[in-house]
Design a protein around this ligand. Structure first.
Ligand code: HEM
Length: 459
């Protein structure tokens, strides 16, 4: 059925359409192709035919859980050596997915989240100390760098009671360097044919092995430290749940090896994407003075008279939440996810798919489809997430956290953390964009604004 799906005209054996494409920015590149080829297209890369879905209509059809499920392929599959059958990289049929999901999902319910709030405030306090110091010395802040420190500390402390000391270091913690290395390697492996990998990626593979060994070693230390403390009987964080909770029905527990995979999974999945989301939001806030003023008014009003916002005060920042949503619309920091047909089906009533056939949903392209978002879809406008506007849109066209049973387990965590931090920052600072800055987005499986610096001034 593939012949009915358009593809770029140029076909070069082996290298396929990847020639001429920028291998460092595959997502942004695919978005450009989508503009020419429409809501569904295929690109050939190394003998693999990949179908891309960028149209909002087709993407919402793929959200139908009775016909489609998550597909573990490409970038996700390349993370298997690091993340194994951890939640993010597990195949749907692997028993450890359901087991870990059932054990860990309560770690994200309201009560658990309220328990993380204190730690989130503490980490945010480290950030504002740093920004105050930057202001005093007249230096700009490195937004992605600082947001990555913040989100890594937050997931490490709330999830595992571990302190990477990110704010005390000038260079990133070696764990971050190793993690970014394995992510970049996973992305690169997508673009090199398997047969050539042993030659082309020899040096990179060696480095990657060392990075992975380092990640494993660090995690083993974290787990060992907790085991040495002995169980407290109290479930304070994700690690307590991993070590102490048995499945409510089967009584099964996570194995030591699986726990290692989950810890790495959460440290990776739990911070890069949130860091990117915060960075893009700060970029847009600094660039849109009227949006910034409105968001600041809201924070001043809703948090008036409080030294520190309580857990419930965060969700009350409705407008700020729209700013965040709108940033995630234009730059969904986990920019694609794959879906496969559960059985033979017809996508969008038009494209037959066999059981197991899959396509990559280009979230960023779906989020900018004029059919769902209007002719001004490229324009930043938080009012799109006004409840009235949301109701007027078709369902399933906003998917920064993926879809269905395998959607992001950390969604509420990320939204609480990001809204809290943005609220604290806007209450404290005015943001001044560098007029010379042009948004450039780097891709390493996730999206991040490159070289974004802002000047901050205490209000
Ligand atoms: C899954 C996005 C934050 C943990 C996913 C998926 C997306 C996503 C798109 C589905 C991937 C797929 O279908 O293949 C994001 C974004 C975030 C964010 C944009 C921040 C703005 C977090 C946080 C955590 C987390 C803070 C942990 C605390 C996970 C896990 C999965 C996942 C464990 C796998 C779930 C499963 O398959 O059962 N995320 N995420 N994420 N995310 Fe997030």
């Amino acid at each position: 059925e593939l012949h009915r799906i358009p593809h770029p005209p140029r076909r070069i054996p082996l290298m396929g359409d990847v020639i001429g494409a920028n291998v460092r920015t595959p997502v942004q590149d695919s978005m450009r192709v989508a503009r020419e080829l429409g809501p569904i297209f295929r690109r050939k890369a190394f003998g693999k035919e990949i179908v891309f879905v960028g149209g909002a209509g087709l993407a919402s059809d793929m959200a139908d859980e009775s016909r489609f499920a998550k597909h573990v392929g490409l970038g996700v599959a390349n993370l298997r050596p690091v993340a194994g059958d951890g939640l993010f990289t597990a195949y749907n049929h692997e028993p450890n997915w359901q087991l870990a999901h059932d054990i860990l999902a309560p770690g994200f319910n309201r009560d658990a989240m309220a328990g993380y709030h204190r730690l989130m405030l503490d980490v945010a306090g480290r950030l504002t100390e740093r920004w105050d110091e930057r202001e005093r010395t007249g230096r700009a802040v490195d937004v992605p760098g600082d947001m990555t420190k913040l989100t890594l500390e937050t997931i490490a402390r709330t999830g595992f009671g571990y302190d990477f000391g990110s704010f005390e270091r000038e260079r990133p913690h070696p764990f971050v360097t190793a993690m970014v290395g394995t992510l970049a390697f996973a992305q690169r492996r997508n673009t090199v044919p398997a047969a050539l990998a042993p030659f082309v990626l020899r040096e990179a593979t060696r480095r990657n092995d060392a990075d992975m060994a380092y990640l494993n070693r660090t995690v083993d230390e974290v787990v060992a430290a907790r085991r040495a403390e002995g169980g407290s009987g109290e479930l304070r964080d994700l690690l307590d749940r991993m070590l102490e909770v048995a499945h409510p029905e089967t009584g099964e527990r996570l194995t030591a090896e699986n726990i290692r995979r989950q810890v790495i999974t959460f440290l990776v999945a739990g911070h890069e994407t949130t860091s990117g989301a915060l960075s893009f939001a700060l970029h847009y806030l600094a660039r849109n003075p009227e949006v910034l003023a409105r968001a600041q008014d809201e924070v001043d009003r809703v948090w008036a008279g409080k030294d520190e916002p309580a857990y419930e005060d965060v969700a009350r920042l409705r407008y700020l939440r729209r700013v965040l949503d709108e940033s995630l619309r234009l730059w969904p920091t986990a920019p694609a996810f794959a879906r496969e047909a559960r059985h033979d089906t017809v996508l969008g009533g038009e494209h037959p798919m066999r059981r197991g056939a899959w396509a990559l949903v280009l979230t960023m392209t779906v989020h900018r489809d004029p059919e769902a978002w209007g002719e001004d879809a490229e324009v930043f406008d938080p009012d799109r997430f006004d409840p009235k506007a949301v109701r007027a849109r078709p369902a399933h066209v906003f998917k920064p956290f993926g879809t269905g049973a395998r959607a992001c387990i950390g969604r509420q965590f990320a939204l609480h953390e990001a809204t809290l931090v943005l609220g604290l920052l806007l209450r404290r600072y005015d943001l001044r964009a560098d007029p010379a800055y042009r948004l450039r987005v780097v891709e390493r499986l996730t999206l991040m604004p490159e070289g974004l610096r802002l000047n901050v001034a205490r209000r």
